[in-house]
Each structure stands twice: as structure tokens, then as C-alpha cells.
Design a protein around this ligand. Sequence first.
Ligand code: HEC
Ligand code: HEC
Ligand code: HEC
Length: 492
Amino acid sequence: MGGGTAIRASAGSALIPKGEEVDPVRFIRFLAVVLILILIVAAGLFAIAWRGEIEPVAAVDPSSFNEDLVAQGAQLAAVGNCIACHTVPGQPAFAGGLAIPTPFGTIYSTNITPDPESGIGHWSEEAFQRAMREGVDRQGRYLYPAFPYDHFTLITDEDNRALYAFLMTREPVRSPPPQNDLPFPFNMRMILAGWNLLFLDKGPFQPDTAQSEEWNRGAYLAEGLGHCGACHTPRNRFGAVDSDRHFGGGEAEGWQAYAINATSPAPIPWDADSLAFYLRHGWHEWHGVSRGPMAEVTGNLGLLPDRDIAAIATYVASVMGEPDQTRRERAEQLKAEIFQGQTAVQAAPATDTQAGDAQHPGAAIYASACAGCHNGSKPLPFGGLRFSLSTAVNAPNPQNIVNVVLFGLPPSDGEASAVMPAFANVLDDHQMADLLAYMRERYSEAPAWEDVADLVARTRSGQYKVAVRPADGIERGPENVGASGGAEDAED
Ligand code: HEC
Ligand code: HEC
Ligand code: HEC
């Protein structure tokens, strides 16, 4: 699924440990939130009136669109990941109806096929342009930012024209989306006027003349259609991206979307070349494979020409900036150990045991269940990454490594891909916690993770959905594969 406000935020709330006591500071913060909410409602009601309707058009003739424009629209739609949010798995493409859980309630994506009754068959190009730029539908109703129009607003008129041509030439499908399930006041679309006032920075994209053309192209694609920040930027409690922490790390569909700015936890810092390779192929020898929602992103970016991928990489690398000296030296050391065949402790086949391993309950599990594939004896992407290079092992939160170990990496249909077995039915919550504690201690300098067993239990309980996808990212994996068979604490 693509990047929407709501999904991230909901995954986020699911990750917050439960059961904490109410403290006065939190209560005051809560009151402040309520007050601001009231203000938003007031702003919505008084400051801005209902938006006007744009006249419906008669059925649009699909043959009236230029073929090249339609082809360009197909490519843009892939980068924008429209199909993911607008399709229920196994149902016709773009017909909508996918439930998107948010902290405020459930929102259903709409039907964007040209069906006149239930889709956008009566939408003029003008109505479509307005929806993308301003988040308002043809009838003048405000759309929820679960639709990432706060990013799509940057898209140029020309690119929107191509997207419109692409959508209007799809097969019309009669399928009205279900009613949203939102409590008062969130069911009043009017309040979104206030949200837009506070958080919508309206486009189109304005190039930064101090930067190169390539950088600007990359910024346009990454910030707009590609909506990287919808997943990689944390959100505030109104579900808006927190622009002060741009690319500082967010959540998506039960996964952590790591920081991709100066705070990136990757052991070897990313640069424009490694980013371009990763975005093109879905893996990199210093960083491993892309998984979960990111597998779908790299799958979709496959449709972009190399120069656009290079532009995105240039832009993201510039947001990350140059690593400081400590990080650079550490990375050089890692590269020397691992890639120039100098057998240091980290580079020795990981089946080797280290002094102290005998006391570590996770070490034995590691040696028998993981080391055989992750000792660097087989090159990526089909072999496993050495964990001293793994962002997952070095990340502030263990959610992604829990997901990978529980659910594995399912194979792609009919093509060779990175495959890893699921351990959900092999390791119980405490064995998982021991294993991950050992890996963190041995392969990262970061502090130990806390409450891992509890996170494992919650992840396998299906309390929140973890999107497990094959390496091509296009297919949706089964929901929480192998989520049964957990330890007893899964039932709390
Ligand atoms: C992260 C999920 C997500 C992605 C990605 C996404 N959408 Fe949507 N979109 C939604 C949701 C949810 C709605 C309904 C919002 C509402 O009801 O207020 C929506 C509504 C719309 C609407 C308004 C339709 C109507 O009938 O009101 C249009 C047009 C649209 N999307 C087009 C697109 C296009 C084009 C793309 C790709 C470039 C895209 N969307 C990508 C989630 C998404
Ligand atoms: C739908 C949500 C989503 C969107 C949109 C998205 N990402 Fe990601 N991204 C993720 C997740 C989740 C991960 C962690 C994946 C993993 O564990 O393999 C990730 C991982 C990454 C990584 C690897 C970081 C590391 O240190 O291992 C990079 C680089 C990255 N994304 C760049 C981008 C760029 C550039 C874009 C926009 C073109 C983008 N992402 C859009 C969710 C997303
Ligand atoms: C049959 C081989 C195999 C086994 C056994 C295996 N893995 Fe993997 N694993 C892979 C492959 C292949 C990949 C994809 C390449 C990559 O990113 O490492 C992978 C990826 C991973 C990743 C993502 C690495 C990253 O940060 O990008 C983690 C974490 C991981 N495995 C953990 C484990 C753990 C923990 C175990 C033991 C419980 C294990 N694996 C057992 C083959 C295996």
C-alpha cells in the first residue's frame, strides 16, 4: 500500500505500549489537543465555506486521449502507488473500497475507475486537477488526507493531465465504496478545511534555483508523486507530517520506515550511488533487501527511467548530507572487514562463536537458525546480509526485524528472489527475545531494545496488520502469515 497519513499513524499508535498511567503533563497536553481540535472545527465552519461543485461531464470517450499521454500516466500512477490504496486485493484494479485504518476511524478508498455512478466517470480534468492539488472532490467535499494530497499537491498540471488520461482509459467498474466509519467530529469533512489551513502547503512544486536540475527533478518526484515523506516523516497527532523532522523516520503498515536523513541508522551511510541501486533493484550489498511497504515502492519505481531514479537518489542523498567523521571511519572499517576479505571478528563466518556466547541464550538459536544463511558465504540478494551491516539490527525499534523473523520473506511469483523462511511457528516469544538481544549485542553498538517479547507477542497476535510482501512488492502477502502458534502471552 502506498503512503497515506492514516495508515502510518495507525500503525504508530499500535506500537505504543499500553497500560501507562495518566500523568498530569499528558492530561494537559490532551486538553490542548481538544482545544486545538475545537479551533480547527471553528476555523472549518467560519473561515472557509463549502467548496463549489464542478459540473459533471458526459461520459468521456477513452479514444480521445493520446496514447503517449496514457503511457506516461501509467508510469506516473505506478510511482504514486495509486493502485495499492485504490484496490482491494483480488478485486478489480482502481475500484476502491480498501479499508484504511486511522487513529480517528476507518476510511475507505474511493473508486477511481471511469464508472459514471460509483467512480469518476463524470469528472472533468479540472475536477481531477483540483482533487490532486487541493484534496477536494468533484462535488466540493473535502477529502481526508489518508489520500496523500498533501504530497500530490506538488504534481504539475501536465503530469496530472497524464494521470487523468490513464485513469479515464481504464475499465469502468461498478463498485460503490463502503461508508467511512468515523465518529463525530471526524465524520464532518468540514473540519478538513481547518486541517488544510494548518498543514496543507499548496503546490505546484517550486524549483529551488540554487540547486541543479537533477536535484529539483528528484525533489519533485520524492516529495510529490513518490510521497516518500508520507512514510518516512513522523506525524503529529493530527496525522500531518511533521516537517521539522523531515525524513526523520515514520511508520507504515506495521513496519518502521527508517530515518532517511542525517539520523539514518544504516551502519554504512547511504550515498547517491547506493540509493540509486537500491531504489532500482530493491536491494544493495551494504544494506540488504527492501521489505514490506518498501518492497512495493521499489517494485513500482522499476517503471521509472534510470535518470529519474538517479535524480531521486541525488535529492535524498543531499537531505541525508555528508556523514560525520566517526560514522565515516566506522563505515570504512566495516567495508574493509567485510568486502576486502580481511577476516576480522565481524567478518568471520558467523557460525563462529565468540567469548561469552556460551552464556547468551540467544547465541545457540542464532548459530543454528540464522548463521548458515547470514554468514556472508552467499552474495545478496539471494544470500542473507551480515548483520553488522543491517539497518534492522541497528534501528532504534526492533519492529522490522521482528516482522522479518516471524513472517520471513515470501518468494515472488515465477522469478528468483530473496527468500527467507518464517520462524513464527518455530520460535516462541521468549526465544525470539533472546535471539534478538544476542544479535543486538553482537552486531550493533546501540543500546539494548526493551520489551522485545511483548512486541513479538503483539506482532503475531494480528492486533495490527503487518503487510508481508514478496520481493517484487506487487502482490499482497497473506495477512500475518503464520501468526498462530505463538506463546501464551500472545493472548493477553
Ligand atoms: C495511501 C493511500 C492512497 C494513495 C497512495 C492514493 N490514494 Fe487516492 N485516495 C485515497 C483515499 C483513502 C481516498 C478517499 C478519501 C476520502 O474519502 O476523503 C482517495 C481519494 C482519491 C480521489 C477522489 C475520488 C473521489 O471519488 O472522491 C482521487 C481522484 C484519487 N484518490 C486519486 C489518486 C491517484 C491518481 C493516486 C496516485 C497518484 C492516488 N489516489 C493514490 C487513498 C490513496
Ligand atoms: C508506503 C510507505 C513508504 C514509502 C511511500 C516509501 N518508503 Fe522507504 N521504506 C519504507 C519502509 C517500511 C522501510 C523499511 C523497509 C525494510 O525494513 O526493509 C523503508 C526503507 C527505505 C530505505 C532503506 C533505509 C535503510 O537504512 O535500510 C530507503 C533508502 C528508503 N526507504 C527510501 C525511500 C524513498 C527515496 C522513497 C520515495 C521515493 C520511499 N522510501 C518511499 C516505507 C516507505
Ligand atoms: C534460508 C536462508 C535464511 C535463513 C535460515 C535466515 N535468513 Fe534472514 N534472510 C535471508 C535472505 C536471503 C535475506 C534477504 C537478504 C538480506 O537483506 O539479508 C534475509 C534477510 C534478513 C533480514 C533483513 C536484513 C536487513 O537488515 O536488510 C533480517 C533481519 C534477517 N534476515 C534475520 C534473520 C534471522 C534473525 C534469522 C534466524 C532466525 C534468519 N534471518 C534466517 C535468508 C535467510
